[in-house]
Design a protein around this ligand. Structure first.
Ligand code: AMP
Length: 501
């Protein structure tokens, strides 16, 4: 039994030492090099006595981040990527929750990191990867590790302004990637085009399918996602045959009909997507230009290891029909519960809840939020068993497939990013001039709309809160009201506010 994802890398590096594993604009790394460098990092961590400890990876997106992840995994520590573009105050909050035992970074980025309250140890990437590895030390550590030890912590938006650290163990990733590689028949002949940032769980599919099967992943430069024609040219040039992107990235390509300029029919074989609603209107454009591609809609939150249901597109849909999120993945149970905590009947609406190996171990250092979302299975009074409540409202269609409807709470998806509107409100409320504020999402125009009582404009507000929240959370529209509507319970009347959208 293999309890650590790095056994996949051992096998693939033995089988295909000289094949490119990952490549970015500056660098390509083979499986052999990846193993050697990751083991060098792991050795340095183990020599410092670090075992089952949180390791922050503070590097620009690229091959080196993945080498660092594998280094943490080889040493049985667990990694958490810290986005170098994230505002400093948010990084502060993440560090407060994570309390890393070590930070992997470059000599140059270490200077930037010095602004944070962190007092712990550093591993300078470019120096450490050149040092010798101690395979015996690593094997001894892995022999003590078990598959429910943590592999990573990914931070998502938190409604109170404190990001939540979703913890995932080795077993959950092993289970998920076994399913991915079997279902989509991923082999060493495949080439992925990675879009997802490494702090976003969609990247798990690209990273670990590559390591397990010996495929190759090209890390696509971020700026290409704003230029559909060069983006498709890149896919063609690198012979990318599989992509797993957020729908927002697919929609940009469909809107500009970039397919007219670049023909991918010989190279692109699989288009998988996950993370938000994929409108059939835009999927139909893809299907028209690339009819032979396999399309699959995957669904799931970070808390259940990327995805828990899937739908392989197998029939025609009108532009205004919803695309199903489908059926449960293997070894995953989906419960759709109504307000009485009973399984829904027929096409009744209920909350999608998940049971199984894929479940996160909880939010790191946050027992309160963990207790709210991970609860005893109400259908099992016999033994302790947790389910994860996603907060997503769904129903079954006549084919027995699940249809996603909406959220129960104030979490939104904006350009593929998961955002708690409360996190933006907390940031805005911190401004001196603001007494009361409320954020809503205008689905139709895909805009974050901020309501305030003060006479302040968008540029002023955004300049100030840019220090607190990532750029993608900045309001797209600010509406000043003479008085905020209040409902019978004395709360801000969100229903009334919707009328202003
Ligand atoms: P994240 O944790 O960032 O992956 O976000 C998870 C949330 O994104 C889910 O709870 C859903 O609200 C939404 N989501 C993910 N995949 C899909 C999908 N295929 N269709 C509709 N919504 C989705």
């Amino acid at each position: 039994m293999r309890a650590n994802v790095t056994y996949w890398l051992d096998q693939t590096a033995d089988r295909l030492p000289d094949k490119t594993a990952f490549a970015d604009e500056r660098k390509e790394i083979t499986f052999g090099e990846l193993k050697a460098q990751a083991q060098a990092l792991a050795t340095r961590m183990l020599e410092r006595g670090l075992f089952k400890k949180p390791v922050a990876v503070y590097l620009e997106k690229g091959v080196d981040v993945l080498t660092s992840f594998m280094g943490a995994a080889y040493s049985c520590n667990f990694y958490s990527p810290i986005d170098t573009e994230m505002p400093a105050s948010r990084v502060d909050k993440i560090l407060e929750v994570l309390k890393p035992a070590l930070v992997i970074t470059t000599a140059a980025l270490r200077e930037t990191f010095a602004r944070y309250a962190y007092q712990g140890e550093y591993l300078i990437f470019e120096e450490a990867v050149r040092t010798p590895a101690d395979g015996q030390l690593i094997d001894a550590a892995r022999a003590k590790g078990i598959d429910t030890d943590l592999l990573y912590v990914l931070f998502t938006s938190g409604s109170t302004g404190i990001p939540k650290g979703v913890t995932i163990n080795h077993r959950s990733v092993i289970d998920y990637i076994d399913w991915v590689t079997e279902t989509f028949d991923i082999t060493q002949a495949d080439t992925f085009g990675n879009q997802a940032p490494f702090y976003f769980d969609n990247s798990i599919l690209d990273i670990y399918s590559t390591i397990k099967s010996g495929a190759t992943t090209w890390i696509i430069p971020k700026n290409l996602f704003a230029q559909p024609v060069p983006l498709l040219e890149y896919l063609k040039e690198k012979k990318i045959n599989t992509i797993f992107w957020v729908p927002s990235a697919l929609i940009v390509v469909a809107k500009l009909k970039a397919f007219r300029n670049v023909d991918l029919s010989d190279t692109l074989h699989r288009v998988l997507f996950c993370g938000e609603v994929m409108p059939n209107k835009q999927l139909n454009v893809w299907r028209k230009f690339l009819p032979d591609v396999l399309y699959a809609n995957l669904y799931g939150p970070t808390e259940i290891t990327d995805a828990c249901t899937y739908y392989i597109v197998d029939r025609e849909f009108a532009d205004d029909e919803p695309l199903p999120i489908g059926i449960p993945m293997a070894n995953t149970d989906i419960l759709v519960l109504n307000e009485r905590e009973e399984p829904v009947v027929g096409d009744e609406v209920g909350e999608l809840c998940v049971r199984g190996t894929s479940l996160s171990m909880g939010y790191y250092n946050n027992p309160e939020k963990t207790r709210e979302a991970f609860v005893q299975n109400p259908l099992n009074p016999h033994v302790p068993e947790l389910i994860y409540r996603t907060g997503d409202l769904v129903r079954y269609n006549e084919h027995g497939e699940i249809i996603y409807l909406s959220r129960k709470d104030f979490q939104i998806k904006h350009m593929g990013h998961r955002i708690e509107l409360g996190e933006i409100e907390t940031a805005v409320s911190s401004l001196e001039e603001i007494a009361l504020c409320c954020c809503l999402y205008d689905e139709k125009h895909q805009k974050i709309v901020l309501f305030i009582e003060a006479e302040l404009d968008k540029a002023y507000i955004n300049e100030r809160i840019a220090k607190l929240v990532p750029e993608y959370m900045l309001p797209n529209k600010v509406v000043t009201l003479s008085e905020m509507p209040i409902n019978a319970n004395g709360k801000i009347d969100r229903v009334k506010l919707k009328e202003y959208l």
